[in-house]
Design a protein around this ligand. Structure first.
Ligand SMILES: Cc1ncc(COP(=O)(O)O)c(C=O)c1O
Length: 405
């Protein structure tokens, strides 16, 4: 019998609770027992770099403008000046046309994705995601009435056009891509983006449009190149969803956007639908204060060097210890192979060494673990002995019975 309090579907979602949250809870218990400084927490993608000075300058300037109008409702799409500033930034960032008429300010990238998906999905429409994937996608898609379909990536975690083709059906309404990627840190190559766009163009029909949703929240966090190759400008039915959460280190401020490029054929209609949904899904509008801040620092960027040096330290050390991993080119995640097939068991071994990470199963790719390296450098330094000991313990435990004396 169903629970009389919580809706059946929500209860099912709660039982399938995200591993990221599970690790957060486990971490809370471990920290209460051992003290915060003795737990090495790599479980959350909560940026540790300070927001840039431009953000604080804008915050002060906006706070000093004490007109009552600044705090009222505005057009659900956002203040015109803020939308124009974001559009100008995006035109430079994507090296492609973008205007304020296509920019809708949202409560983070999560708000953006919920609005975008709700606008285009009919019940049981399918949305293809590329594994490993950000686990919240399933909730966003299902809340909008759709069904998530998974396509595997290549061994280097690039989007795999062949696997994607096999996942497309007449019910596919959208494909979500995320580069740089959470949880792998992979940056899609120009070639991978080009074959993705070519495939979508082949399948797209005016009677049944196929959208590419580019979750580009990490796009400015790239370490080995000056510019992250973009899929959105290569395909005419692209929807960009993103936020300032990661590159400005302000995820608690909930400021993000949907960008619909001018080439999108049914842009006006989609924009009206999404603007309405921003209101009716309960977001109403992005926070007014944050919109005003962004109008002043739309192209500011946090300290990428901080993450790059964390990546070099953590990934270099993991490789030297004997972990197998693809070097992440962006975002702030490393996704090495678990030394034993059971990644959940290995997470338990790491925990015995006071290290918190997330099992790959939480991202649709068992046999791996995710370390978020948006942490203080000392957290990585202090964890190194434990990471090495956990690897040895896992390997020793994995030896066939009788092999150990
Ligand atoms: C891949 C990805 N997409 C979307 C989000 C949601 O971002 P926001 O905090 O801006 O809503 C996150 C947050 O971690 C993420 O990693």
């Amino acid at each position: 019998m169903g629970n009389p309090v919580i809706a059946d579907r929500v209860r099912a979602d709660m039982q399938a609770a995200s591993w990221v949250r599970e690790m957060f809870e486990r971490g809370r218990r471990l920290k209460a027992r051992l003290g915060e400084e003795n737990v090495h927490d790599f479980s959350l993608g909560n940026p540790n770099a300070a927001p840039p000075a431009a953000f604080f300058d804008a915050l002060k300037a906006v706070a000093a403008q004490s007109t009552p109008q600044n705090h009222r409702y505005m057009n659900n799409a956002g203040f015109d000046e803020s939308r124009a500033a974001v559009a100008a930034f995006l035109a430079r960032e994507y090296r492609a046309p973008m205007d304020a008429a296509g920019v809708l300010l949202t409560c983070g990238a999560a708000g953006a994705m919920n609005v975008a998906l709700r606008a285009i999905l009919n019940p049981q429409d399918e949305v293809v995601v590329v594994a490993p994937y950000f686990p919240e996608y399933r909730f966003y898609i299902e809340q909008a009435g759709g069904r998530m379909v998974v396509a595997e990536s290549t061994p280097e975690f690039q989007v795999d056009a062949r696997a994607l083709r096999a996942a497309l059906t007449p019910r596919t309404r959208a494909v979500i891509v995320n580069s740089p990627n959470n949880p792998t840190g992979a940056v899609y190559t120009i070639e991978a983006n080009a074959s993705l766009a070519a495939l979508l163009r082949e399948v797209d029909r005016p009677a049944r449009p196929l959208y590419l949703i580019c979750d580009d929240i990490y796009r400015r966090l790239v370490f080995d190149q000056s510019w992250c190759p973009a899929a959105a400008p290569l395909y005419h039915r692209s929807i960009i969803t993103s936020s300032y959460s990661k590159d400005l280190s302000v995820p608690g401020e909930r400021i993000g956007y949907i960008a619909l490029p001018p080439v999108l054929p049914e842009r006006e209609l989609l924009f009206s639908a999404m603007t309405m949904l921003n209101r009716t899904l309960g977001f109403v509008n992005a926070p007014a204060l944050q919109q005003r801040i962004i109008a002043r620092c739309a192209d500011a960027l946090g300290d990428i060097g901080f993450y790059r040096s964390n990546r070099d330290l953590l990934c270099g050390a993991l490789r030297d210890m004997g972990y197998e991993l693809t070097t992440p080119g962006g975002a702030f995640y490393a996704f090495p192979r678990s030394p034993i097939a059971d990644d959940v068991k290995f997470i338990g071994i790491l925990e015995e060494h006071n290290i918190l990470a997330v099992p790959g199963i939480g991202f649709g790719r068992p046999g791996h673990v995710r370390f978020s390296f948006c942490v203080a450098r000392e957290t990585i330094e202090r964890a190194l002995d434990g990471l090495s000991a956990a690897l040895r313990a896992a390997r020793a435990g994995a030896e066939p019975a009788g092999a150990r004396r």
